[in-house]
Design a protein. Structure first.
Ligand code: ATP
Ligand code: MG
Length: 576
């Protein structure tokens, strides 16, 4: 239950509306019970009065009308107000969760599957809407209305009214407790089954192409069906228990009605001519009172799911990011943006073997650096540390003589443009895929010019031009085209430091030469750090670094490294 506290705290953002919703809920329910009770008395009293007697039917009939209208109006506005409040709170919650998720990227989020994260953000947050609508509000309303009903009935007969209060309050406490315990364990299971099903389903859809190619669709579909059946099984159990709660309530209702008639028949209501009609009033009050209790059983049955969802959301929000951007420093204009890596050691959180060991490297502003090395040697890791996707375990990295940890996130990001090894193409238009490279709106002509430069001119020659839809993660583009699209992004970006992870991978030699020329021209006054496996135009770089098994084993310019007898780089050149 304690898991729900942080979510209850969110209620303070809509205090007034929530309170108003509660008042309306109480009014609606009280009016509904009042309507049935007064009608019961009215009908019985009219029958007793018979024909030809003077009977004031104005007050009761006006009450019946007033209560009927009051009930309708209160219910209408209650639905609007409570749902509005709930959606406001959910919107706030979603933003909060999202704000917590973003800084977890990429180190902590790597542990979760995308579809699982999406499920938590959407389905689990949605489940939490029941917290107020189905649990808290009806529970509070029940006790207030039981109080009001007791006070109202006590005017007719105090002991019968107290009997009512005792039975109803006991049921209002007992029923939620019973159904809370019944629903607790399978609520967790149901939530988990739903999450598994959705995660598997998204993966099943996303990997259709691969599944068909490898003829592996059947086993996955079978697994999916099993999870679905499990999920449906839990849903069926929930429906059964919910039906059981209704049946239990109807039984309790019948017992209360019988007992009320029994006691009321012998009770003292005075010697008024109409006093027997009060028996009808009590009997109908007993019938109506169950409107208070009916929703409680199935609502508390739901609590297991609410808690499970709350736990799943909390699990994400309570993760601490590996990298915290708490620095306040900004990058002064016109300072030399020299980079300096000092004795850096780094091991990935879930690994034992170090990815980088004792790396020391100085890169003055404007220098062009190429990083070479075998696959898995730690080249990409070094770039990850430079952009603070991870922080070194030992040592430090300085930019303009300040530790990069001292800068605000925005300032650090503005200084660097990072092309990762895997390009992400958004399911969006060509224009929007390019626009994200620059904070300022880009002219169409600028975009087209850059696309022509990287050899993607033919994309804009299509009928839709820059509005060409790039579809599901850029699938309609070839691998090389995706690579070139990412290069277009680089050319549109104005950051003074460029970190490129194998920008020419997958391109033919001729295109590679052309692209490298473009990059080097674009970087004339910028710092360029480029990871590469190829030696094309390597002599044009000012500084070459060779990384092997996480260590920087050679560095210097082309001539120095070529002059080194048995040097790693020299051997590499000779081999190729
Ligand atoms: P390649 O040329 O194949 O891109 P690389 O030199 O860029 O290789 P890195 O990606 O830096 O190599 O990886 C260095 C080591 O760190 C490898 O052993 C790799 O398995 C490991 N590694 C890389 N990324 C992660 C990660 N996110 N979590 C854990 N280990 C990782
Ligand atoms: Mg790499």
């Amino acid at each position: 239950m304690r898991t729900l506290l942080p979510f209850l705290r969110l209620f303070k953002h809509a205090k007034f509306v929530l309170f108003l919703g509660l008042i309306l809920m109480i009014t609606g329910l009280a009016a509904s019970i009042g309507l049935l009770t007064v009608s019961g008395w009215f009908l019985a009293a009219t029958a007793l009065a018979g024909i030809g007697t003077l009977f004031n039917f104005f007050y009761p009939s006006a009450s019946v009308r007033g209560l009927a209208i009051g009930r309708t109006v209160a219910r209408y506005f209650e639905k609007i107000v409570t749902h509005d409040a709930t959606f406001r709170i959910l919107a706030k919650l979603r933003v909060q969760v999202f704000q917590k998720i973003i800084p977890l990227s990429p180190a902590v989020l790597n542990r979760y599957r995308n579809s699982d994260l999406l499920n938590r953000l959407v389905a689990d947050v949605d489940t939490l809407d029941s917290l107020y609508l189905r649990l808290l509000a009806p529970f509070i309303t029940a006790f207030v209305v039981i109080g009001l009903l007791t006070v109202g009935l006590s005017f007719f007969n105090l002991s019968l009214a107290l009997f009512f209060a005792t039975v109803l309050s006991t049921l209002a406490l007992l029923v939620p407790t019973i159904f809370y315990y019944l629903g607790k364990t399978f609520g967790h299971k149901l939530t988990r089954a739903r999450a598994t099903y959705r995660t598997r389903f998204v993966e099943y859809i996303q990997s259709q192409a691969e599944l068909l190619l490898f003829n592996a669709e059947k086993p996955l579909k079978q697994k999916l069906d099993e999870t679905e059946q499990q999920w449906q099984g839990f849903q069926q159990k929930e429906a059964n228990l919910s039906g059981f709660s209704t049946a239990l309530m109807l039984l309790a209702n019948g017992i209360l009605l019988t007992l009320t008639l029994w006691f009321a028949a012998n009770a003292d209501f005075g010697n008024d001519r109409y006093s027997p009609a009060i028996i009808a009033l009590f009997a109908l009050a007993a019938l109506a009172a169950f409107e208070i209790l009916m929703p409680l059983g199935s609502a508390f049955l739901h609590i297991g799911q609410i808690i499970a969802s709350a736990e799943r959301v909390t699990e994400i929000t309570e993760q601490t990011p590996l990298v915290q951007f708490s620095g306040e420093k900004t990058v002064e204009k016109h300072t030399a943006l020299d980079l300096s890596i000092q004795q850096v050691n780094f091991t990935y959180p879930e690994r034992q073997d170090p990815a980088l060991e004792n790396i020391t490297l100085t890169i003055p502003q404007g220098q062009k650096v190429a990083i070479l090395g075998k696959t898995g040697s730690g080249k990409s890791t070094l770039l990850q540390l430079l952009v603070r996707n991870y922080d070194p375990n030992q040592g430090n990295i300085f930019l303009a003589k300040q530790s990069i940890a001292d800068y605000t996130e925005r300032h650090l990001r503005e200084q660097m443009c990072f092309l990762t090894q895997r390009v992400h193409v958004f399911s969006d238009t060509l224009r929007n895929n390019l626009q994200l490279a620059n904070q300022h709106p880009l002219q169409d002509t600028t975009m087209i010019e850059v696309l022509n430069q990287v050899g993607l001119g033919k994309l804009v020659e299509q009928e839709q031009g820059l509005d060409l839809w790039l579809g599901d993660g850029g699938r309609p583009l070839s691998g090389g085209e995706q690579r070139r699209l990412s290069l277009a992004r680089i050319l549109l970006n104005q950051a003074p430091i460029l970190l490129l992870d194998e920008p020419t991978e997958g391109l033919d030699r001729e295109t590679e030469r052309q692209i490298l020329r473009l990059i080097l021209t674009h970087c004339q006054n910028k710092t360029l750090i480029m990871v590469t496996h190829r030696l094309t135009a390597i002599e044009q770089f000012d500084h070459l670094c060779i990384i092997d098994e996480g260590k920087l084993i050679e560095q210097g310019n082309y001539q120095t490294l070529m002059a080194k007898e048995n040097g790693f780089f020299k051997q590499l050149v000779e081999r190729i």
